[in-house]
Design a protein around this ligand. Structure first.
Ligand code: FES
Ligand code: FES
Length: 165
């Protein structure tokens, strides 16, 4: 008989139960058990980054993590961005700067950038370029993705300055 475990995952602020085999990846549980299909299955072996989610604030490839390892962690998927049908600032910037074409890689880039900017809000363009080199995009040539992330960082800094005036 297959060994299965009841696990509780905290995803986007809500707890979800799932009964899973220990070998099932976090990506598969998010997509198939919880219906959160924003994280995409690309290479499924840690190369492309299309499956990137935040685990305790760190960008992580969900195809390389077993779901049972993610219990007790705070998981955020691309579905956590934006509220009430409104795009988040980062999503809006990707739209304005044409940071996506086919869009397959986009959820991964958004969560990579969300985690990166939380850790490095003052990142310059070179640092952003290095960060996004972790993920693969076959369409955009990366410049527009860097533009979108740099614009978001600048906007967030301006908003913070305004708030502290
Ligand atoms: S699907 Fe996870 S890195 Fe490609
Ligand atoms: S927009 Fe098509 S792979 Fe990135």
């Amino acid at each position: 008989m297959t060994d299965r475990h009841l696990i509780v995952l905290t995803v986007n602020g809500s707890e979800h139960e799932a009964v899973v085999e220990p070998r099932k990846t976090l990506l598969d549980v998010l997509r198939h058990d919880l219906g959160l299909t924003g994280a995409h299955a690309g290479c499924e072996h840690g190369v492309c980054g299309a499956c990137t989610v935040l685990v305790d604030g760190e960008p992580v490839r969900a195809c390389l993590v077993f779901a049972v390892q993610a219990e007790d962690a705070d998981i955020r998927t691309v579905e956590s961005l934006g509220r009430d049908g409104e795009l988040a600032d980062l999503q809006q910037a990707f739209r304005e700067h044409h940071g996506l074409q086919c869009g397959f890689c986009t959820p991964g880039f958004l969560m990579l950038a969300e985690g990166f900017l939380a850790q490095q809000p003052d990142a310059d363009r070179d640092e952003i370029r290095e960060a996004v080199s972790a993920n693969l995009c076959r369409c955009t040539g990366y410049q527009t993705i860097v533009d979108a992330i740099a614009a978001t960082a600048a906007r967030r800094r301006d908003t913070e300055k305004e708030a502290t005036k």
